[in-house]
Design a protein around this ligand. Structure first.
Ligand code: AMP
Length: 213
C-alpha cells in the first residue's frame, strides 16, 4: 500500500457502497494513508450497543433487523462527530438516505464521494463469510463453518450479529434507500466509482489514484 501524507490539510470524503462492498476496509486504509479521520456510523452504533447506553438500547433493534436507524437520530450522531474532526474525514456508512445527504450538505462541504461498486449477487456470500475483530480488522472466512479467526491484534474476529440474520434485508434497504445517492452525488459532480470486485489492495490503489491522480 502507498504510504503518503495528505496533501490537503482538510479532505472531506464519503464512501458509498452496499453492505459488504468493503467500505470499512477501504476507509481504514485511506485514513492510514492520508491521515484523516474515519467516521463509521455502524461502528458508533455497535459501540453504544456493546456499552448498553441509552442510544445503544434505542438502536439495537434496527441493527439486529437490518433496518436503518431513523434519520433524526443518525444525523445528530454525525453532527457531533463531525464537530470533533478538524483534519478531514472519511464517512463510512453515512449518508444512507437522500435526507441524510441533504443534512450533510448543510453541515459541511464534501470534496469527493467514492462509490465502491460490487455485484449485488456477490454480497450475501461476502457478508456470510465476513469475520470482524473488535479492533476493526475484517477477514474473509474460508467457509461458513469457520466461526472465528485469530486477529493480528491478539483478538478474535467473529461474525457480526447482523451478518448472521439480516443480510437480505440490508441489501434490499441499500437498493431502495441508499443506491439513489449515486445519482444524487453524480448530479453534484462529486462522485467517482471504483470496482470493488478487485483485491483489497487494487481497490485501494484505484481509489487513491482517482483521488490524487
Ligand atoms: P454498517 O456497519 O455501516 O454496515 O451499519 C450497520 C447498521 O447500522 C446498519 O444496518 C443500520 O442499522 C445502522 N446504520 C449505520 N449507518 C446508518 C445510517 N447512516 N443511517 C441509518 N442507519 C445506519
Amino acid at each position: 500500500m502507498k504510504e503518503v501524507k495528505s496533501k490537503d490539510s482538510k479532505l472531506n470524503l464519503v464512501l458509498l457502497g452496499a453492505p459488504g462492498a468493503g467500505k470499512g476496509t477501504q476507509a481504514r486504509l485511506l485514513c492510514d494513508a492520508i491521515n484523516i479521520q474515519h467516521i463509521s456510523t455502524g461502528d458508533i452504533f455497535r459501540k453504544h450497543i456493546a456499552g448498553n447506553t441509552e442510544l445503544g438500547i434505542q438502536v439495537k433493534e434496527y441493527l439486529d433487523n437490518g433496518l436503518l436507524v431513523p434519520d433524526s437520530v443518525t444525523i445528530e450522531i454525525v453532527k457531533l462527530r463531525l464537530s470533533e474532526c478538524k483534519q478531514g474525514f472519511v464517512l463510512d456508512g453515512f449518508p444512507r438516505t437522500v435526507l441524510q445527504a441533504q443534512a450533510l450538505d448543510e453541515l459541511v462541504n464534501i470534496d469527493s464521494v467514492i462509490n465502491i461498486s460490487v455485484s449485488i449477487d456477490k454480497l450475501a456470500s461476502r457478508l456470510a463469510l465476513r469475520r470482524v475483530c473488535h479492533c476493526g480488522k475484517t477477514f474473509t472466512a474460508p467457509n461458513l463453518d469457520v466461526k472465528s479467526i485469530q486477529c493480528v491484534c491478539g483478538g478474535k474476529a467473529v461474525q457480526r450479529e447482523d451478518d448472521k440474520q439480516a443480510i437480505v434485508k440490508r441489501i434490499s434497504v441499500y437498493q431502495s434507500d441508499t443506491a439513489p445517492l449515486i445519482e444524487f452525488y453524480q448530479k453534484q459532480g462529486k462522485l467517482f466509482t471504483v470496482d470493488g470486485m478487485q483485491s483489497i489492495e487494487l481497490v485501494h490503489q484505484s481509489l487513491y489514484s482517482k483521488l490524487f491522480g
